[in-house]
Every structure is written in C-alpha cells, then in structure tokens.
Design a protein around this ligand. Structure first.
Ligand code: SAH
Ligand code: SF4
Length: 432
C-alpha cells in the first residue's frame, strides 16, 4: 500500500511539472513516506530524517517533507521533534502536496496538513507507475475493524470503498497500456462494498461486493493475472473462493492473516473470529482452490501471551501448512486499545518466540515448495534476479518467487518453467 502511495505522490508531482531526481543528494525536495504500524519502523524513520540536519544547513532551500501514517499519527508534534521538516502531510491530504510544496518554496514557512483523514481520495489518476507490466490498484482506504493492536483505523480513517466504475476504468486504462497483472489493495478487501451504495445498510453487499468487482476485472481484455490483499478472516466467505475457482485470471494465492492461534488472544486482539472458524475457512479454500497457496501474518508476544497461547499458534501453523508467513514482534501503538494492556512479554521472550516461528515457517515453506518439484508452472518474468543477476526471476500464480535461466528480453512476459529444486523462499527451474 505504501509503495502505491509513493507512486501516486510521485505521479502527482510529475504531472505538476516536477521531475524525479537521481538521488537524495541531487534532490531539491525529499519526501519520506512513512508507516506507523510498528514502533521500530517509526524510530528508524525519525533518525533518518534527523540525519538530514547537516545537509539542510548546507542547502537551506532544500524542502523536506514527511508524508504517510506517521505524519497523521504525530501531526504538528513532528515539526517540534524534527525542525528540519518543512511539511507534515497525512495520507488523506497527499493530493494537495504539489500546492503545498509550491507554497513552501515561495514563502519558506512550514506546513501541516492532516485534516482529510476520512476523505475519499479524488480520482486523479496520475498515469505514472513504477513497473511497466504489474500495477497496484487501490480499491478502498481506511479500516473500521479496530483490531486492538493496530493503529491503521486512527491514521487511515474510516473505511471507504472506491466506486466500482472508477476501479474498472483504472484497470481498463492499465490494460490499454500493456499491463498484465493487477494487485487490488485494501486493508480488508472482503468488506469492499461495491457500487455507489455506502454507509449503514450497505452490509448486505459485503458477501458479493468484492466478488462482483473481481468478476468485472476478470472480463478486462489484456489483464492476465489478478491478485488481491488483504483478506480478513471475519469477512472472508466461500463466495470469494468460488470466484477464485471460476474466474480464470484470479491467481491461486490467499493472504489471510491469522495473527494468533489462541482463541483467548484473538479475543483480546478484537479479531472477531475464532481459531475453528479460521481452520474451516482454510479447509474450504483448499477444497475450492486445490493447489492454491496460503500465506499469513502472525504477531508474537501480544500482552499476556502465555506459553500455551504461543503453542496454539505453533500448532495452527503446522496444521494449516502456510506457504509463507510474515511474523512480527508485538509493539504497543497508542492510541490503539492494546496500548492500555501491560506489555508484559519481555523483549527477550518476544524475540525467542519470533525466531521459533521463523524457523518453523522456513521448514514448512520448504516442504510446501517441494510439492511443486517436477511440475510446470506459469511465471510472469520480473527481470534479472536481484541475488543472481545471470538468472531471471518471476512469480508463479501462487506468488512463489522462481528463478531460471533465460534472456532479459523476456521481462514482462509469461513463461512456463519446470521446477527442478526448491529453497524455503525460492523455486528453481528450467524454461520449457
Ligand atoms: N489490514 C491488514 C494489514 C494490517 S498491518 C490486515 O488486517 O491484515 C500488517 C500486519 O502488521 C498485521 O497483519 C499485523 O500482523 C502486523 N501488526 C499490526 N499492528 C502491529 C503491532 N502493534 N505490533 C506488531 N505487529 C503489528
Ligand atoms: Fe489493522 Fe485490523 Fe484493520 Fe488490518 S483489519 S488494518 S490489522 S485494524
């Protein structure tokens, strides 16, 4: 989501006559797009911005801005904490950035804009995209779920769905420009409301709103692959899995964050589902989408998490057999509600649990990957592999990173690869 937001802002600035600098040293304007989901990222961001103090002394006309969730979270306090900043702009106000930058350049005063946290982003559509064949498409903003640990509802505002017509128009435009893959983005894509009906009473659309959107996008000529994230287990339904089965362009990958395998912790997290419901969903997914992959997010060390709670998570991981998992150490994020609970799992124990989860997941991922050995998979080629530039890399429909030999000119093309060996995070094969 942050990648898409940065791209949106870059496009907006380019459309307003700015050009992209080759490096921060050569730039007249430096914007930091921030994430505040975890404390560690915020701490690093603050020290990175503070590091620009000397540069700003040397070049007083340099404009430095903070955008994204940390801007929304701390508002004008960021200006006091980081005097090098000229601009603090929340996600809802980012459409105003070209004007704000021009004002700062003219008057040399600092500016804070954080009042549009609940606004719908205008349909501005800067055409700029970082990638030439894969695109992120936002289908909505904000979140109403208030998971107790999560800051997103406070910094991204109330959930609002983009109109279906606008999304379809954007994807049509991308298809016309040669894009092959779209990833639909929302904090909770399953609660996408569709059409222009929104607000209370529109819940009846929940089961079908997202499936309807998928159906429309599936009909767009030129688009070959559709991905989406993130799905919330409380709103995920068999309808979605049926759509994945029936619509040929939807990739067989589901990202379904579980967060914890303990019902007691899930309750404290305000996730609104129990372990049994999650396992039932997984069973249905596997039934409707055989061969599909499933990935998840897990938080280790939520307040009061006991060995028993943690073991419930470990058992669930083994039972589901995730293809991949993003694992995080819990961090307290006021004003998120869990900040009122005592953060009583020690840092050392959080670290230990995190490492146990990572080791276990590596093993499970490798086993899951082994099931692809000898099979032929379709890969969309991203280009030369970052780690081994003599090889090409790309993603399978199940979102597995795959490396193989081939010419660079295949970048952006769909190819077939026979898998010969695997690692926990990579498939290795040969083009057929
Ligand atoms: N809307 C998505 C993504 C939310 S943020 C969803 O519901 O899944 C991405 C992940 O960050 C979450 O799934 C969660 O695992 C993690 N996360 C969020 N808040 C956190 C916190 N306070 N401490 C640690 N991890 C957190
Ligand atoms: Fe945060 Fe929960 Fe919303 Fe995801 S669903 S953004 S974890 S509040």
């Amino acid at each position: 989501m942050n990648i898409r937001d940065s791209e949106f802002v870059m496009g907006l600035l380019i459309d307003n006559g700015f050009t992209r600098a080759e490096s921060a040293e050569k730039a007249d304007i430096i914007l930091f797009n921030s994430c505040s989901v975890r404390e560690h990222a915020e701490d690093r961001l603050i020290s990175n911005i503070a590091d620009l103090k000397l540069e700003k002394k040397k070049r007083p006309r340099l404009v430095i801005g903070l955008i994204g969730c940390t801007a929304q979270n701390h508002k004008s306090k960021m200006l006091e904490r980081l005097p090098v900043l000229d601009i603090v702009c929340g996600p809802g106000n980012e459409s105003d950035l070209p004007r704000m930058i021009k004002d700062v350049l003219k008057d040399r005063c600092s500016m804070v804009a954080v009042d549009k946290v609940d606004d719908k982003r205008p349909e501005l559509f800067p055409s700029y995209r970082e990638n030439k064949f894969k695109a992120f498409v936002s289908i909505g903003e904000g979140c109403d779920n208030y998971c107790s640990y999560c800051i997103v509802p406070y910094v991204r505002g109330r959930e609002r769905s983009r109109d279906i017509e606008d999304i379809v128009r954007e994807v049509n435009d991308l298809a016309g420009r040669g894009y092959k893959e779209v990833t639909l983005l929302g904090q909770n894509v399953n609660s996408y409301k569709g059409s222009r009906v929104q607000g209370p009473g529109s819940r009846k659309n929940i089961k079908t709103g997202f499936a309807e959107l998928l159906q429309k996008i599936n009909g767009i000529k030129g688009i070959e692959r559709i991905r989406f994230m993130t799905s919330h287990p409380k709103d995920a339904h068999v309808e979605l899995f049926k759509a994945m089965r029936d619509l040929d362009k939807i990739c067989e990958h589901l990202h379904l964050p579980i967060q914890s395998g303990s019902d007691r912790i899930l309750k404290l997290m305000n996730r609104n589902y129990a372990r049994a419901k999650y396992l039932k969903l997984v069973e249905e997914y596997k039934k409707f989408v055989p061969g599909g992959s499933i990935t998840t997010d897990i938080i280790a060390g939520f307040p009061s998490e006991s060995d028993r709670d943690f073991n419930d998570t470990v058992d669930l991981m083994k039972e589901v057999g995730f293809d991949g998992a993003f694992t995080f150490k819990y961090s307290s994020r006021p004003p998120a509600r869990s900040a009122e609970l005592i953060d009583d799992v020690s840092e050392a124990l959080k670290q230990e649990r995190l490492e146990m989860l990572m080791v276990l997941q590596r093993e499970i991922s490798r086993k899951r990957n082994e099931e692809t050995c000898g099979k032929i998979v379709q890969v969309l080629v991203d280009g030369p592999s970052e780690r081994q530039p003599s090889l090409l890399s790309g993603r399978t429909r199940t979102n597995k990173n795959t490396i193989f030999q081939g010419p660079k000119k295949l970048t952006g093309k769909l190819v077939e690869v026979k898998i010969e060996s695997v690692k926990p995070h990579t498939l290795i094969g040969r083009m057929t």
